[in-house]
Every structure is written in C-alpha cells, then in structure tokens.
Design a protein around this ligand. Structure first.
Ligand code: BT5
Length: 264
C-alpha cells in the first residue's frame, strides 16, 4: 500500500486493521501515549470496517465492510489553537479535489464538515470529516486526529439511514472505483494543502468557494436549541463559522459543533 503513495511525509507510518471500533478513537488513544511508541506526525490508520464509527457528538458513521475509505490521520501541528478549523478545511478541500480528479463528478463541500456530490440535481452526502484536537495549556494545537469516511463502493440498497440524503461515489458515478487510487490522491492533496497552511496561508477562501448553499435559503438545526433557524446563508467568517441572515434581517453566527444544515 505505501508503495502506491506519492507523498513525502503523510502515510509514511501506515497502520491497517481489517476491523476496529473507530479509527479516530484508536489513533487518539495511541497519540496520547507519552512514550516513544506514540505514532509520528503524518501517521495514517486505515480500516475496512468500524464497529463503532463515529460522527460528531454521539452520532454514528456506518459503512458496510470493505465498501469505503475509513481512515484517520495524526498531525502534530503546534499551531495556534484558533487554526484548528483549518484542518477540517484542508481535509475537505483535499477530498473534493481528489474526487473530482478520480471520478469527474461535481464534488463540493457542505458546511461544516461534509463532502457532497451532485446526483439527479440534488446534493448528496458521500463523505464526513471528524476533527479531534488536543490543545496544550499555552494555547498551541499539540495534536489532531482528522477522521475521514468516504462512501466509495456502497450499493444504493446498502446506504445507511442518514439525516441528509447519502450516496456513494459508485452510485453517483455509475461505476466501481479504486479505493487505493482515491486514497493516494487524497493524501497527496492533503500534504500539499497542509504544507501551505503550515506556512501561514489560510485555506478559508478556497474552502468557502466550495460550499454549497451559500447565498441560498437554509434551515439550521441546533442540538442545543428547541427551534430551527431559517434564513439566507450569507457565508462564513475566517474561523469557519456560518453567518445566517434571518427573515427579520438579523445576522447570526453559528459555530459547527452541534449543528446540521439543510436547504429550505
Ligand atoms: C460526520 O459526522 O459526518 C463525520 C464522520 C466521520 C467518519 C470517519 S470514518 C474514519 C474516522 N473514524 C471515526 O470513528 N469517524 C471518522 P456528522 O456530521 O455528525 O454526521 C453523522 C451523520 O451522518 C449520522 O448521524 C447520519 O445521519 C449520517 N451518516 C452516517 N453514516 C453515513 C454514511 N456512511 N454516509 C452518509 N451519511 C452517513
């Protein structure tokens, strides 16, 4: 597998398990070990099946065995903690670029952390990104685990139940795809994006350009609020928060975390 990679540092340490609970949970656990056994910056942990695949909060990520790309990347950025969201942005950009190159599908991003493709005139979710970071007492991003789940070859009748209509790349493209080719392309873009961000260049503008529903009427559901918020998605601020103008013209700035977004 490593031979198929074209990267210089991402995936040089590469761990594969036929199945596990959650790649994010396991890699986080390994990364917190204080000894020399703790995996290095750029480590990839990949699996073919997760028994307890995780989304944000207590949500689940479900995928039939062998159908998907399910992996986590360990980074040790030592950036200011405020830049943590850059990692979600560059992961989304890398996945989008790779999917466009490998499949020629119209791939975009949905705020805050989803990959979507256009299928029969609607956006459908094929990818979820789960970022978990650890910040040191002096406000630096000590380590971060970027979890990426991509529905590659899930047949239509095996797509999991989901709040935003799911699809797989195979269903959208009408042909089976090589998971390895896609992984290699994602990691190459990710490395490039990360190196630029490490040099201080914010990925915010490029990321915002890829977001669907900006400029459109949307509904935002907050797990912490009883009523939904509807209005026009105006854009995002540099920290990645969504700005909504409600029907009375009042602006609302919404952080990711407990939110889901859908078109009105
Ligand atoms: C996400 O959360 O979309 C982030 C998912 C990250 C999964 C990867 S896989 C490798 C790594 N290890 C892990 O344990 N996790 C990461 P969220 O935005 O909270 O969306 C979760 C929601 O997406 C669920 O509540 C369902 O509605 C829906 N969903 C679950 N499985 C799906 C799938 N395969 N395709 C599309 N939607 C799905």
């Amino acid at each position: 597998m490593q031979n198929a990679l074209h990267t210089s540092w991402i995936g040089r340490t590469y761990l594969y398990l036929p199945e596990t609970g959650s790649t994010n949970s396991l890699l986080k656990e390994q990364a917190s070990a204080a000894d020399a056994a703790s995996p290095p910056h750029g480590t990839i942990l990949l699996t073919d099946y997760q028994k307890r695949g995780r989304g944000r909060l207590k949500r689940r990520w479900e995928a039939p065995a062998g159908s998907s790309l399910l992996f986590s990347l360990l980074l040790r950025p030592d950036w200011p903690a405020e830049r943590m969201v850059w990692l979600t942005m560059i992961a989304g950009l890398a996945v989008t670029e790779a999917v466009k190159n490998v499949t020629a599908l119209d791939a975009r991003l949905k705020w805050p952390n989803d990959g979507v493709v256009r299928q029969k005139d609607a956006w459908r979710k094929y990818c979820g990104i789960l970022l978990e970071g650890r910040v040191s007492p002096n406000g630096r991003l000590q380590s971060a685990v970027v979890g990426i789940g991509i529905n590659v070859n899930i047949p239509e009748d095996q797509l999991p139940p989901a709040s935003f209509t799911p699809t797989s790349l195979m269903v959208a493209a009408g042909r089976k795809l090589s998971r390895l080719d896609l992984l290699a392309a994602i990691l190459l873009h990710l490395e490039d994006q990360y190196d630029k961000a490490a040099g201080g260049l914010s990925p915010h503008a490029a990321w915002q350009e890829q977001l669907v529903f900006v400029g459109e009427r949307v509904v935002v559901s907050l797990a912490s609020a009883e009523t939904d918020l509807s209005g026009t998605a105006v854009g995002t601020d540099p920290t990645g928060r969504l700005v909504i103008k409600d029907d009375a013209g009042v602006m609302h700035t919404i952080a990711a975390g407990d939110v889901s977004l859908r078109p009105l």
